[in-house]
Design a protein around this ligand. Structure first.
Ligand code: BJW
Length: 236
């Protein structure tokens, strides 16, 4: 297809970071294998035992910060730099910062970021590159004990949804990279793009349950398949 795409949305999930050495959620050695999801990734768990949840993310932070972007992230950088006259936005479910490290622009972390905390008293969001504890004080309103990792737990609303809705309704190419498509509302994004006429392509090791909404399935590791796809787009 020789079409020039004007509004490209790239939805990413844990699979895009797998080749950087980070665990996905639902694989055999997934992130939650030693920690039931109900204990670490629900708002109820955080309210019940905030220190336990903080410890989980304190342990995770150094590994995520040390990770380096892989060829899939770098392919997006190349696309954003070389595919002219196009708006290219990244909607990521990942809390890692590999898109930023790769130099990707227009990145929306709809499930939050591991390098941020939010004060549940005043709503102030600030960066952290070190451990957080349940009795820490907000640097803005000075309330103690109400800091939460700025990560969207089950039962919480996603971030940037107004912008995301706009981008999905207006995109003409939707790429989904390394996500199992089981967590909503992100799992439904392909449907919005598809029903608005976008070309929809999935990059995954396997077909996901959403497959009927994807016009194309590009199977294989994203570190190989995405750079090849980007090179094809740039040739046209
Ligand atoms: C590769 C690869 C390689 C590997 N190359 N590919 C009943 C029905 C429907 C919905 C609900 C329901 N009950 C409740 C809900 C809503 C709920 C939900 O969706 N639940 C489902 C599980 C059923 N959603 C929410 O609560 C959301 N909020 C919300 O909806 O608010 C309104 C509302 C609230 C309550 C009730 C109803 C409405 C919030 C969701 C927040 C998700 N947060 C998490 C955890 C963050 C904490 C943490 O980081 O530790 O975000 S969940 C977790 O899953 C994480 C991820 O971002 C997210 C998605 O996972 P992802 O990225 O897809 O990873 P995997 O591991 O699943 O898949 C990896 C894929 O990569 C695989 O397919 C591999 O094959 C592939 N892969 N290597 C290419 N090299």
């Amino acid at each position: 297809m020789d079409k020039h795409y004007q509004n490209i949305v790239i939805l990413t999930g844990a699979g895009i970071s797998a080749e950087s050495g980070l665990s996905t959620f639902r694989s055999e050695n997934g992130l939650w294998n030693n920690h039931p999801v109900e204990d670490v990734a629900t708002i109820e768990a955080f309210e019940r035992n905030p220190e336990y949840v903080h410890e989980f993310y304190n342990e995770m932070r150094p590994e995520l910060f040390a990770a380096k972007p892989n060829p899939a992230h770098l392919a997006i950088t190349k696309l954003q730099q070389e595919y002219k006259n196009s708006n290219i936005n990244i909607i990521t479910q990942n809390v890692d910062v590999l898109h930023e490290k790769a130099g990707n622009k227009n990145v929306y972390h709809i499930h939050g970021q591991i390098n941020q905390i939010v004060c549940l008293n005043c709503g102030h969001v600030f960066e952290t590159w070190s451990d957080v504890h349940s009795d820490d004080e907000c640097e803005y309103c000075h309330t103690k004990g109400l800091l939460k990792p700025n990560i969207v737990f089950f039962g919480e609303s996603l971030l940037y949804m107004d912008t995301v809705e706009y981008l999905l309704q207006n995109c003409d190419l939707f790429l989904s990279v390394g996500t199992s498509g089981v967590v909503y509302p992100a799992a439904g994004f392909v449907q919005v793009a598809y029903l608005n006429g976008a070309r929809t392509c999935e990059f995954n090791l396997e077909k996901t349950s959403n497959n009927y909404m994807f016009a194309e399935h590009i199977e294989g590791p994203a570190g190989k398949t995405l750079p090849a796809f980007v090179d094809e787009l740039l040739k046209k």
